[in-house]
Design a protein around this ligand. Structure first.
Ligand SMILES: [Zn+2]
Length: 153
């Protein structure tokens, strides 16, 4: 087998594994994500990012990752949009590892940190990405997408 063919075959296996794990171990997260995807499907712009399906929603919020399904704001501002895609894809990969534990290890802490700790972050000069699950998502997003997040000040 040539090197190029081999790389393609390996890629095919990892893609199949990705789907298999998302829809078994990660099923409780992907079911909710898939339902949301169907609800928003007719109204929103869509895109693919590696193995994830992105729905661009007309909300002001940042992003939400539920297994293979990523929901994020559609204001088209760069580098915010590409940074957020990479970050949310990191959460997609976390779901492969954590499966149903995703809700407790990532979902709840992330939502609480996002909504209730805005003032705290301001007072203590903390970044949103200082929370373990958020810096972890950046790291894994970059690793698995092969892309780097850009400075966004
Ligand atoms: Zn996050």
């Amino acid at each position: 087998m040539s090197e190029a063919k081999k790389a393609k075959a390996v890629k095919g296996i990892s893609k199949a594994l990705f789907w298999l794990v998302q829809w078994t171990w990660g099923l409780p997260v992907n079911l909710i994500g898939g339902l949301m995807y169907l609800v928003f499907y007719p109204k929103c712009r869509h895109g693919r990012f590696n193995n994830a399906f992105i729905t661009y929603v007309p909300w002001k919020f940042g992003g939400l990752s539920l297994g293979q399904f990523i929901f994020m704001a559609d204001h088209g501002r760069e580098p915010w949009t590409s940074n957020t895609r990479i970050h949310e894809y990191g959460h997609t990969i976390q779901c492969l590892l954590l499966g149903p534990l995703y809700w407790f290890v990532i979902g709840v802490p992330s939502a609480v940190w996002c909504h209730l700790f805005n003032g705290y972050r301001g007072r203590h000069n903390k970044s949103y990405y200082d929370l373990y699950c958020e810096s972890w998502a950046n790291k894994w997003g970059e690793k698995w997408s092969g892309l780097k997040r850009k400075n966004d000040d």
